[in-house]
Design a protein around this ligand. Structure first.
Ligand SMILES: Cc1cc2nc3c(=O)[nH]c(=O)nc-3n(C[C@H](O)[C@H](O)[C@H](O)COP(=O)(O)OP(=O)(O)OC[C@H]3O[C@@H](n4cnc5c(N)ncnc54)[C@H](O)[C@@H]3O)c2cc1C
Length: 385
């Protein structure tokens, strides 16, 4: 049993740590304040090969694994979540469905551009009326003369409107199953296809340097061969993608939780009150110690889940445990880190204020905290509500 990083993963961790510290930390606050997508930093992440980490070299990838992606996400998340979610969504949601389920033709056409980071892909599952209940999708696709004709809309889609976005894979109802349930399939829609519109960016509470849009589809036509995976398997495929994605989000959340420890230790050692550094007071040092416990246990949880996944073992429950625990840890740590900083924590001068704003979405995206509890309870054999 070994939850330590291999020498290759440790090298990658150091590379991303240095990139985040030297190149991201000095400038990300400005992008965040402006609500601007940090294209030059994303280009540098592409140069480092981060978008290709878990993909084989034949598709332009780095030949690594999902652990490598999680290591990179944790290190980025320690400094900034907007860039970390851009990487997570680009790899785990944008490229992975094509890699896992796409035809060889789709893989050859799209993966090299996505794994090089030259292009970003998006994943469109959520709709205004279908979030946690993603099977409630109303977007429809009809096969007419060798083309899917798509009508509907998607909500809150990450990476869908950047200058380098090249595609979104959407779930759509393509028929009715014999038991009366919806037949849901996944279809790849290239950016710029007539009838496919990207609406304005959302004004968000956090992740302010990441890209999130509502999408609309009016008689959008794509070739039949843009079906990703089997017809009618779209929902099941997306659930598998989300199981993996939850481990990735857990790694990102661990990074945020650890970033709160890093910043708090620095500040508590230098800020003085009543003639001593505030870290000398147990009221502060115990807050920081508890933060470290949460960051450490979050790391163990994602590493356990990804080890099971890589070993081909069932990992659904462990992925949900990791996601639930680490997102709670990120929320708690960001709250306490802001407390350690006092009034300074409530300004945008220090990263902890950004961490505080960025933590909340971790309890919502890729399955809310309640959805994780539902999945864990079901896996334990409890009946569906
Ligand atoms: C910044 C951002 C980026 C996102 N990126 C993407 C993306 O790239 N692609 C994508 O497809 N989606 C994306 N999403 C959507 C996200 O996954 C959904 O918001 C999330 O799954 C929750 O769905 P909802 O917002 O419809 O909330 P709802 O499903 O309406 O939930 C509202 C509340 O009800 C609770 N609830 C619902 N059902 C139950 C139940 N049965 N039992 C107990 N409680 C329940 C929920 O836990 C929640 O607390 C993103 C969202 C945001 C905000």
């Amino acid at each position: 049993m070994d939850l330590q990083l291999s020498p290759e993963h440790e090298d990658l961790r150091k590379t991303v740590e240095q990139f985040a510290r030297d190149e991201v930390a000095p400038v990300i606050g400005d992008y965040y304040s402006r609500g601007e997508f940090p294209l030059p930093l994303v280009a540098k992440m592409a140069d480092l090969g981060l978008f290709g980490l878990p993909f084989p070299e034949e598709y332009g990838g780095m030949g690594g694994d999902f652990v490598a992606l999680c290591v990179a996400l944790e290190e980025l998340g320690r400094v900034d979540s907007s860039l970390a979610i851009t990487l997570e969504a680009g790899v785990s949601l944008g490229a992975m469905p094509i890699y896992r389920f796409g035809s060889e033709e789709l893989k050859a056409q799209w993966l090299p551009k996505l794994t090089s980071g030259q292009m970003l892909g998006a994943f469109g599952l959520t709709e205004a009326g279908a979030g946690s209940d993603a099977g409630g999708t109303r977007t429809r696709a009809e096969l007419i003369d060798g083309h899917w004709v798509i009508n509907g809309s998607k909500a809150f889609i990450t990476n869908s409107g950047t200058a380098i976005t090249g595609l979104v894979t959407v779930t759509a109802v393509t028929g009715i199953n014999p038991d009366g349930s919806k037949e849901i399939s996944a279809i790849l829609v290239p950016s710029g296809t007539p009838g496919f519109t990207v609406a304005k960016d959302y004004q968000k509470v956090g992740w302010n340097a990441s890209d999130t849009h509502e999408l609309s589809f009016v008689d959008v036509q794509v070739p039949e061969s843009n079906l990703v995976g089997q017809r009618g398997r779209g929902y099941a495929q997306f659930l598998r993608i989300l199981d993996e994605g939850r481990i990735a989000i857990a790694a990102l959340a661990t990074g945020l939780a650890q970033g709160c420890v890093d910043e708090s230790v620095r500040y508590a050692n230098t800020r003085e009150a009543f003639g001593q550094p505030i870290g000398a007071y147990q009221g502060v040092s115990f807050l920081v110690a508890d933060m470290e416990v949460r960051a450490h246990t979050s790391r163990l949880a994602w590493r356990d889940a990804v080890a099971r996944m890589e070993a081909g073992l069932p990992f659904k429950r462990q992925a949900s445990i990791a996601k639930l625990h680490s997102s709670n840890a990120a929320m708690d740590n960001s709250r306490y880190a802001t407390q350690v900083f006092g009034g300074a924590g409530f300004t945008i001068e220090y990263p902890v204020g950004r961490f505080y704003r960025d933590a909340k979405i971790l309890e919502i995206g890729e399955g809310t905290a309640e959805v994780q509890r539902m999945l864990i309870a079901r896996d334990l054999g409890l009946p569906r509500g």
